[in-house]
Design a protein around this ligand. Structure first.
Ligand SMILES: Nc1ncnc2c1ncn2[C@@H]1O[C@H](COP(=O)(O)OP(=O)(O)OP(=O)(O)O)[C@@H](O)[C@H]1O
Ligand SMILES: [Mg+2]
Length: 254
């Protein structure tokens, strides 16, 4: 469980101060699937970096599973990060001259997992994202969607308590984005994996159970989604509406 209270992040550049986060308080329970939305520059990535222990706040408190983060040293934070947090980036961030399997094995090496177990766990994680047949491929031999799936496998391999993703579909077309959201939905429903992702797309946000809106570093909305959309399943309204309007194009399928 994540609890943050009155988080502030202030960047100083010369004489100017940027309030990237301006008093954010929120709780995310285990097993939730949450979207964070908001305009460019509103503080979404700043918040994700703090939640992912990649950065620290200027002020405020952050507890993960009851443990206060602000008292931890950099080394302790790094340890929490590698054990409890899986992070997925918009740009995939895979090591280029390394196979998919080795990319996924990497976080296990940091945690001291031995060779054979490392391989087994990495193979299992690649299987979860449907990429068993691409384990020897290097990133430049994979499509964007496949690279993102490797990145998700890498994020999952240590069985994190929370999976954080900053615009995970931002570099992908709609159809490929759907595959990624489908994986998140499956992980959330079948394994109870807590998932939080940032998106600027309100349609993609509707595939979660909760949408948090951020503007100017503040939370301005926090709503439950009654009937989340199913990734990959066309919605009747979408399929029918354009035909009625004579547009003749297929409905949006995600
Ligand atoms: N390292 C930094 N130094 C100074 N200002 C920063 C730094 N990082 C972010 N900012 C500023 O903080 C604010 C929030 O940035 P952030 O990256 O969190 O926005 P965002 O909501 O993720 O935007 P986008 O949708 O474009 O990714 C912006 O005004 C940005 O210019
Ligand atoms: Mg951002």
């Amino acid at each position: 469980m994540i609890e943050v209270e009155n988080l502030k992040k202030i960047y100083r550049l010369g004489d100017t101060k940027v309030r990237a986060l301006d008093g954010v308080s929120l709780q995310i329970q285990d097993g939730e699937m949450v979207a964070i939305v908001g305009p460019s520059g509103s503080g979404k990535s700043t918040l994700m970096a703090i939640l992912g222990c990649l950065d620290t706040p200027t002020k405020g408190t952050y507890r993960m599973d009851g443990q206060p983060m602000e008292k931890l040293s950099d080394n302790q934070l790094a340890a929490i990060r590698s054990r409890k947090i899986g992070f997925v980036f918009q740009q995939f961030n895979l090591l280029p001259r390394t196979s998919a399997l080795e990319n996924v094995m990497l976080p296990l090496s940091y945690n001291g997992v031995k060779g054979k177990t490392r391989q087994e766990k990495a193979r299992a994680a690649l299987e979860v994202v449907g990429l068993s047949d691409r384990s020897r491929h290097h990133p430049n031999q994979l499509s964007g969607g496949e690279q993102q799936r490797v990145a998700i496998a890498r994020a999952l391999v240590n069985e994190p308590s929370i999976l954080l993703a900053d615009e995970p579909t931002g570099n992908l077309d709609t159809h490929t984005g759907a595959d990624i959201i489908r994986i998140f939905q499956n992980l959330n429903r079948e394994r109870g994996q807590t998932v939080v992702y940032v998106t600027h797309d309100s349609f993609i946000a509707r595939h979660t159970n909760r949408i948090i809106k951020i503007e100017d570093g503040k939370i301005v909305g926090d709503e439950r989604v009654e009937n989340p959309f199913e990734a990959g399943v066309p919605r009747l309204d979408d399929v029918l509406a354009p035909a009625h309007q004579g547009e003749g194009k297929a409905g949006r399928v995600l």
